[in-house]
Design a protein around this ligand. Structure first.
Ligand code: ZN
Length: 240
């Protein structure tokens, strides 16, 4: 925790919390994690609290069993099993975001699948999988990913995708870097809004699989630009 690496990782994670709250992806809920760059079987995440209030002192280290390693014995989010299972299943993933960003909810509860409506969301690929919690625990759950079995089932639904929706709950977004994950979470929400609008007007033409993949490749080289913009909007924020 004393190395410069850790300081940079923690600083980026704090900024990600604030950007996601400021851009309407997070509200009082939602969490973002970052794989520990010195210990790939652990990750950084905030203690259980509202994302916009997170500071560097609130970041704790968690392992894949869901155990929080914190000298002060603080607890992290109940749904940390999302992060444990996905980091374990996807060695390519460096950052994970779970949010209840509102515009995507309708796509998890209807037959309408979230698909890339414009080039900024090519990372969605041909379609977005939906996690059905009832397939694991029946109809009596509180909808939360509160244990390993649910985390693993969600990771399986996500597969190799960048985004999965959780029916009646929210979504999970992954990235090869924290900046890419933030980019994807913000554009997932905006894609959902645009797709809902387009569907009211008629039958949308979605990006083809090739168009989606090529756009994603191009945009992956451009994520620093919006990150700087979103960061600059956090005025008066000492962590920004
Ligand atoms: Zn949740």
């Amino acid at each position: 925790m004393s190395s410069n690496h850790a300081a940079t990782q923690i600083s980026d994670l704090v900024t990600a919390n604030h950007i996601l709250a400021n851009e309407g992806v997070f509200d009082g809920f939602g969490h973002v994690s970052l794989r520990h760059d010195q210990n790939p079987e652990r990750f950084w995440i905030a203690r259980s609290m509202a994302p916009s209030l997170v500071t560097a002192e609130d970041i704790v280290e968690c392992d894949f069993e869901g155990v929080v390693h914190d000298s002060q014995g603080r607890k992290s989010y109940l749904e940390r099993f999302i992060h444990c299972a996905i980091f374990k299943a996807r060695p390519d993933v460096m950052a994970i975001i779970h949010s209840h960003s509102p515009a995507i909810i309708p796509f998890g509860v209807t037959g309408a699948r979230l698909r890339p409506i414009c080039h900024m969301s090519g990372f969605l690929g041909s379609t977005t999988p939906v996690f059905e919690i009832r397939d694991t625990v029946g109809e009596t759950s509180d909808m939360l990913i509160r244990n390993h079995a649910l985390g693993e089932a969600l990771a399986q639904t996500l597969g190799g995708h960048a985004v999965a929706l959780l029916r009646g709950h929210g979504n999970v977004v992954v990235g090869h870097s924290i900046k890419q994950a933030v980019f994807r979470a913000i554009y997932t929400e905006s894609n959902a809004r645009l797709q809902a609008q387009a569907m009211q007007m008629g039958e949308p033409v979605f990006l083809s699989e090739d168009e989606a993949r090529n756009s994603d490749e191009t945009n992956s080289g451009q994520i620093e630009r919006p990150w700087q913009l979103w960061k600059s909007k956090l005025s008066g924020d000492p962590q920004a």
